[in-house]
Design a protein around this ligand. Sequence first.
Ligand SMILES: Cc1ncc(COP(=O)(O)O)c(C=O)c1O
Length: 468
Amino acid sequence: MIKVKESEKRLLAEESRYCSYGDTAHYLKNSKIFSGCDGSFLYDYYKRPYLDLQMWYSAVNLGYKNERVNHAVRNQMDRLPQLASQYLHREKIELAASLSKQTQKSFKAKGRVHFNVGGSQAIEDSIKLIRKTTGKTQFFAFQGGYHGRTIGASEITSSYRYRKPYGHFSNRAQFIPYPYCFRCHYGKHFDSCKYYCVDQFAKLFETEYNSIVDTKTGECEFAAFYIEPIQGTGGYIIPPPDYFRKIKKILDYFKIYLVDDEMQMGFYRTGRFWGLEHFGIEPDVLVFGKSLTNGMNPLSGLWAKEALVKPEAFPPGSTHSTFSSNPMGTAAGLEVMKILQDKTLANRINNSGKRFVSMLKKLQKKYKEIADVTGIGLAIRIEVCQKDGITPNRHLVDEIFQAGLDGGLEYKGKKYGLVLDVGGYFKNAFTLAPSFYITEEEIGMAYKFLDELFSRFTVPKRRPVQKI
Ligand SMILES: Cc1ncc(COP(=O)(O)O)c(C=O)c1O
């Protein structure tokens, strides 16, 4: 054990000397080194298991070291591990076909797929596609929305913090309030609001002096609206059922494209293949990444309607990246798509999600600080507030998050840790995205750990009995 401790100490010292702090590894007070993973668990340097309720921001939906995906990757490594994107390979073609057929089934629209490597890059490709198609550069996006941190993607991502040090390379989007009913931007209540937020959006188009549309010709300055069907980083916020249908009517009228960012919610996270399927509308462009390869060799991409992406509209060389459609990634992606054909999977996700949410609702009854618990499929949110049920309580979230990673939780006589993720407009929400194969026992374990952590940081400590 002493040797392990020494080696961890050495690594942490080297990390602090040689690794840039510009990524998110130092969001945490105490950085953590992991050295193993399996199913729903990560293992630290001392082989202590950590129940992961976030699965690499929903990139590892099918569980760590998924046998079938790993097998496909190993096979590809032995056969055709490397190939320039300029040349074709079977897995790329079959994966594009599989994604296009699935999307046609979901939205009844024909289209094509264009691959890239990371999520932000695919977002950038979609921006290029929309700009090329429309000749316009103005976009709508949502407050609380997250689409990545490259310079272009930052322009449609809501946080000024991500843009501030770099200036503008493109046009900052016009950000529209997301239907975050728990904290309505307009101070309304869903029971009585009659979609007031949609009316506010519609008002932007009423007169040319609202700076959106030329009312003489009906031409709109805006090319597309970037949405997340369920807001991810914003705190796993589920919009009310008719919201997108109503918004889409306005977009269609003014010929504004809808770009659906499914990076986090795609591939059954919400219990349907694409998150937008819950809302009865179809996208013009859809962007995906993360769990397409179950966190193996990165692959992302966009799907677009045929009219936008047909060869005459988006000809060879329109965009390119050396590692796009890399064969290791496409092999993993193809296997993931095969696994997702399992007809029992959606039921499993929805049942586990319901079980998880109902347990968390029990917890909500115990702790006033748990102000909101909702879920769709296995995308679950816990919004944490002060005892008044509305004032954001970031401090408590940070304490629980850090304590989970400190690894001192007990289950059946063994020590565990807990991996959570923090999101939300005030960084006061736990955004849970467990493995699709999370077991009943693991859900029970999660309940126990969260109960222990909430009680540790909320229940006032009993005064020690005074000895007389
Ligand atoms: C909805 C959404 N879009 C885009 C991205 C950017 O993807 P990447 O981090 O792979 O660049 C993310 C990443 O979290 C995301 O959640």
